[in-house]
Design a protein around this ligand. Sequence first.
Ligand code: RIB
Ligand code: CA
Length: 330
Amino acid sequence: MAKFDRIPKIILDTDPGGDDIFALFWLQSLVKQGLAELIAVTTAGGNVSVEKTFSSASRILSLGGLPNVEVGRGVAVGHSRDDAAHIHGSDGMGNLSSQLPNPIHSYEATRYSEDILIERLNQMPGEITVIAIAPLTNLAAAEKKSPGILKKAKEIIIMGGAFTCPGNVTPHAEFNLWFDSEAAEIVLESRCDLVITSLDITRQLIFTREMAQSIAQTNPESELAQFLLKLCEFMIGTALEYRETNGVSGFLVHDAATLGYLFYPETLLWKRAKVQIETRGEWTRGQTLIDDRNLAKQPANTWIATAIDDARFFTNLTEDLKWLIKFEKT
Ligand code: RIB
Ligand code: CA
């Protein structure tokens, strides 16, 4: 099924994190299969610091075989929010970064993520899909610096929010939109067709040890296979410790849901809604609120995922990761 009239051009905005890393490997597989073009990876602070998310993105691009993709550096947000190192490791990579080659991109020499977004969206208006799997700091910074720039994206796909289920960083808020709620508010007001995969569906996406083993056996001696197995073990450990998966042995690959939509849209169901975010509540800051009572009066600004076929999602994810590993040089 040809979903696209031509392969999607993508900018991935990310804060590696274990689930970001799985999403970036999945995307690299699709690029190497000729199904996508990766224009740039823009990094943000969130799971860990801007320096660490930059280094991780550089390392993962090397490991996945796309070392020449440009990586942007994030700007530190103007507030001190707790990061998610307790879930993802102090380096955001399951504390495995010391086992990988050094980053090949220079943090000091690289451009800021917001400037890459502005330049590329102006160069190719209506052509680039922005996949946002981090706090929305970079997207908001681009919009503030160049008002209307986010409308020049072909599509913006966001992992964030929690509508009919509890949050993960507080009882009411999901981490990405809680970490920089003001940025999220700017992005939610930027266009009327944002695509959001929230905790409502990503809480189903439990990646297991068995899945990792099935992928790794494709090329068990490869560095990539070994890394994925170790990262999976680390993420399963913290997921169990922080009850992310209600005791099921696995971890949630939240961010990969965005790729599930873009490349396998038949695996999700959607609805239109007006989404707003609480930015001031002492107990509810970062909470995302749906108003779908009367979209004629209160126009929608999003498509939100309401269901996902998790079995087919994981078949697609594991097959594409097997493809990447099979062709990785050992
Ligand atoms: O709430 C899930 C999101 O927060 C994911 O992007 C994960 O990487 C964490 O940053
Ligand atoms: Ca993330």
